[in-house]
Design a protein around this ligand. Structure first.
Ligand code: NAD
Length: 373
């Protein structure tokens, strides 16, 4: 039996991605599910309403009708004006980053909705729905970080690769997972000197051996501080899935940096791994604190919607099929749920059911000790 799947247009500032491409929609309609697409939802990513119609979708102008579906799939966490659409028989599948979103978490808990997060869904390779966006955000971090060092944007005027007789810029990457690795590759490609920081010694060894970084540093705050003082560009990309990001760089260490140095904290979507980081938007991406430029945009891939929508959609579509089948069969939210959704369920019937997320909300009595994963 088919269900209805809603695909609303994104509402977060500057966000142009869409969660499903027309071909991903086709994979759902082919299976007998009805897909309701908000008119214009794919415009920012280069997918027209005609493309979606050809894929078997129903195009609707009214966003309320889209949210009336059995399952709503979207890219970014719902914005406050969307909370009114939450209801107990709705399944939501999107990036949620709840550890940094207490108001959204309360709205999800109060509504009784079943919320599945892209970023905590795991498989044997890691986090397959977060990874494509981390890949893009990491590549982008190298580009925007290097650009922010320009004197025109208020940076120190340091060029990443230096020049003959002038040393290159020093870059520091915190967390050498998917995002950190791509940032390091990008910055090395610009001939900067890159030091990688991680808690995982095996990862540091592999990255040094593969030439992805010039040097490595185990993640210990005091030792990392010795690199921060000298760094022109710091990229934050440390993650403990579901949990609030660990604070690896202190405010005092940021204050020790040269004026016009730059920090790009990608981990800001989980609260940030640099103490002075606070969320910014694509429309107003930077602020200066202690003389250091901060770029802490929570939806970095949103500025590359063609690439990012295609990459995200390819990863989401097969999992959405499993989720839709589970919903149709009444298995969603039960122990019989598909293993393809492992780790994704964050909030279920008014309870936080993901351990990492619950740890970020120990002040919410109804979350404590009620985790299932
Ligand atoms: N801002 C954005 O637009 C955007 C986009 C995509 C991803 N992200 C975020 O980037 C972050 C990294 O994502 P990822 O996919 O690369 O994660 P990942 O799991 O691939 O890598 C995380 C790395 O952090 C390391 N780590 C954990 N604790 C650490 C610590 N205390 N010190 C140093 N390293 C530590 C882990 O060992 C791992 O190597 C996440 O918060 C993710 O949500 C942000």
């Amino acid at each position: 039996m088919g269900i209805t799947i809603g695909l609303p247009a994104e509402t977060k500032q500057g966000e142009r991605r869409v969660a499903l491409s027309p071909s991903a929609v086709h994979s759902q309609t082919e299976r007998g599910h009805r897909v309701l697409v908000q008119a214009g939802a794919g415009d920012g990513a280069g997918f027209s309403d005609t493309d979606y119609k050809a894929a078997g979708a129903d195009l609707l102008p009214d966003v309320g009708e889209i949210w009336g579906a059995d399952v709503v799939v979207k890219v970014k966490e719902p914005q406050p004006e969307e909370y009114r659409y939450f209801r107990s028989d709705l399944v939501l599948f999107a990036f949620l980053h709840l550890a940094a979103e207490p108001e959204l978490t309360d709205a999800l808990l109060d509504s009784g909705i079943n919320a599945y997060a892209f970023e905590t869904l795991g498989d044997r390779h890691g986090l397959p729905l977060l990874a494509p966006m981390s890949e893009i955000a990491g590549r982008a971090a190298a580009i925007v970080g290097a650009a922010q060092l320009s004197a025109v944007t208020g940076g120190s005027g340091t060029l990443m690769g230096g020049a003959a007789g002038v040393p290159p810029a020093k870059a520091l990457v915190i967390g050498l997972g998917v995002a950190g690795t791509m940032a390091a590759r990008g910055m090395r490609g610009l001939d900067a000197h890159v030091t990688g920081v991680d808690v995982d010694l095996g990862r540091l060894y592999d990255h040094k051996l593969a030439g992805i970084v010039d040097a490595t540093q185990v993640s210990e705050t005091k030792l990392v501080g010795e690199h921060v003082v000298d760094a022109d560009l710091v990229v934050g990309a440390a993650l403990v899935p579901g949990a609030k990001a660990p604070t690896v760089i202190t405010e005092e260490q940021v204050a020790s940096m040269r004026p016009g140095s730059v920090v790009v904290d990608l981990a800001i979507d989980q609260g940030g791994c640099i103490a002075t980081a606070r969320p910014t938007s694509l429309g107003d991406p930077t602020y200066t604190e202690h003389g250091v430029l901060h770029y802490c945009v929570t939806n970095v891939p949103g500025q590359f919607p063609r690439t990012a929508s295609a990459a995200l959609s390819a990863a989401v579509a097969p999992r959405l099929l499993r989720l839709a089948d589970d919903v149709a069969a009444g298995r969603a939210g039960t122990v019989e749920e598909s293993p393809a959704l492992t780790g994704a369920r964050n909030v279920n019937d008014g309870v936080i059911v993901h351990e990492g997320v619950a740890e970020a909300f120990t002040d919410r009595p109804h979350a404590v000790g009620r985790t299932e994963e």
